[in-house]
Design a protein around this ligand. Structure first.
Ligand code: PGA
Length: 259
């Protein structure tokens, strides 16, 4: 049984006042979300304000990145311990913007995943191919490499505590989403890999979100695919009404969760 999850990735948008306003609107628009879990990931500077607004509500909050060390001389970095202090529920790791713009490697992402787990944070590990890689028929090879490397060294109980997101790079911020069939094919492949790496049970319980130009008008078609367990939403998470609609449309139909 997997309850769909919708995560808003606000990226580097908004100051504290805007974040507070957006969090309030999401909270008030989703007072009792049914059949779906919702988490927002504001910029680091807005996390305390967002935590204050959302505390006691069903909406969770998380971060967009974290370092692998607990503390030390790492100028500009944020440690998982700091995120725990702010009661973050999850942390996005290996986002394609981190991989491509900031040259994060699979090995670094793996260390971050392990560190998040060590501190009781849920890592949301992102994988996805570029347009060129898809053209060359390398989609499965690329996502498999990223998944195996990202989860390297973890045991089944640790993998069970992870979340995955399939985010084709060509779909992020472009307005061109993967079709439900394209996404479902990769999600099925990833679930098969998790079954191999951990177990069938872990693979069945692990939530795999789709990300890349998710909007109010395509969320339902994507998340009704059996292997798509929710959405990681960038641009469309910055406007409360649209984000709320995405969350509602991603809810499991006819019950609190899908099998
Ligand atoms: P997008 O971004 O929804 O704006 O395409 C998704 C993401 O980067 O997580």
């Amino acid at each position: 049984m997997r309850t769909p999850l919708v995560v808003g990735n606000w990226k580097m948008h908004g100051g504290i006042a805007e974040a507070r306003e957006l969090a309030l609107a999401v909270r008030d628009g989703l007072k009792r979300p049914r059949g779906v879990e919702v988490v927002v990931c504001p910029p680091f500077t807005a996390l305390p304000a967002v935590a204050e607004v959302l505390a006691g509500s069903p909406i969770g909050w998380g971060a967009q990145n974290a370092h692998w060390e607990d503390k030390g001389a790492f100028t500009g970095e944020i440690s998982p311990v700091m995120l725990v202090e702010l009661r973050c529920r999850l942390v996005i790791l290996g986002h394609s913007e981190r991989r491509h713009l900031f040259r994060e490697t699979d090995e670094e992402i793996n260390r971050k995943v392990a560190a998040a787990l060590r501190h009781g944070l849920t890592p949301l590990l992102c994988v996805g191919e570029t347009a060129e890689e898809r053209r060359q028929g390398l989609t499965f090879t690329v996502v498999e490499g990223q998944l195996r490397a990202g989860l390297a060294g973890l045991g089944s109980p640790q993998m069970e505590r992870c979340l995955l997101a399939y985010e084709p790079v060509w779909a992020i911020g472009t307005g061109v989403n993967a079709t439900p069939a394209q996404a479902a094919e990769v999600h099925g492949y990833l679930r098969g890999l998790v079954s191999e790496l951990a177990s069938k049970e872990v693979a069945q319980s692990l939530r795999i979100l789709y990300g890349g130009s998710v909007k109010a008008d395509n969320a339902a078609a994507l998340t009704q695919e059996p292997d798509i367990d929710g959405a990681l939403v960038g641009g469309a998470s910055l406007q409360a009404p649209g984000f709320i609609t995405i969350a509602r449309k991603s809810a499991a139909k006819g019950g609190p969760a899908k099998e």
